[in-house]
Design a protein around this ligand. Structure first.
Ligand SMILES: C[S@@+](CC[C@H](N)C(=O)[O-])C[C@H]1O[C@@H](n2cnc3c(N)ncnc32)[C@H](O)[C@@H]1O
Length: 214
């Protein structure tokens, strides 16, 4: 599915989030507390937008983007020729323990067959902070209700039209009921052995940043 949507992926994100997704990734990158010369791994990096934010903070330190979709990686390498991108599985990271100062995963955790295992792998390869940027279950009340309507009606239509892949964007809205609450995400991180777990809400409670010590 990700191979099929790769070419239009960034455009669809910008349209569907009205351009706000770039700011979410910047916030997630800052949450890693990465310093110049530091190292970071961006898991399920897709087209490499968050990887590029990490590279900006690391200023010459080693930053790696990892994804299992060859098409996504091709787009990432073309957009960020100076960054190292590798093909790999988030559930079996091809790195030794404590290889990186920080690690991130943006809008990828939801897609993993075993998310707790993914979080455990992040912790294993990370010396410092691990950060997850993810959609969360729409909040109760008027904002949540409006957002749910948007997800169920407008999003699949617009996403389908811009990407030419309607089924991929139906998937995004069909899975909204399986989006996790902030509490569930924090519990999963604790189960995976993360400590000092923090959670912050963005975009009126529809997106969250989970972080913890790796
Ligand atoms: C919704 S995209 C997010 C891309 C990017 N992180 C972003 O912020 O736009 C999800 C990405 O996760 C990747 N992915 C899903 N499962 C994976 C796995 N087990 N290992 C590596 N990459 C995976 C997909 O190929 C896709 O590029």
């Amino acid at each position: 599915m990700f191979d099929r949507i790769a070419r239009r992926y960034d455009t669809v994100n910008t349209v569907l989030s009205a351009g706000t997704d770039a700011g979410w990734r910047r916030r997630a990158a800052r949450e890693t507390a990465l310093r110049p010369g530091g190292s970071a791994l961006d898991i399920a990096c897709g087209s490499g937008k968050l990887t590029a934010e990490l590279a900006r903070l690391a200023q010459g330190g080693r930053v790696v983007g990892l994804d299992f979709s060859p098409q996504m990686l091709e787009i990432a390498r073309r957009a960020q020729p100076l960054i190292e991108f590798i093909e790999g599985d988030a559930l079996n990271l091809p790195f030794d323990d404590a290889s990186f100062d920080a690690s991130t995963i943006a809008f990828g955790l939801r897609n993993l067959a075993d998310p707790v295992r993914g979080l455990r792998e992040m912790r294993r390869v990370t010396r410092g902070r691990a950060v997850v940027l993810e959609f969360v279950r729409p909040p109760k009340g008027i904002v949540g209700a409006a957002y749910r309507v948007y997800l169920k009606t407008l999003l699949p239509v617009i996403g389908g039209l811009v990407s030419g892949q309607p089924s991929a964007y139906r998937y995004l809205s069909d899975t909204v009921d399986s989006y996790r609450t902030p509490k569930e995400l924090s519990q999963m991180a604790a189960e995976a052995g993360w400590s000092d777990v923090r959670f912050q809400m963005l975009a009126m409670g529809t997106v969250g940043i989970l972080s913890g010590a790796g």
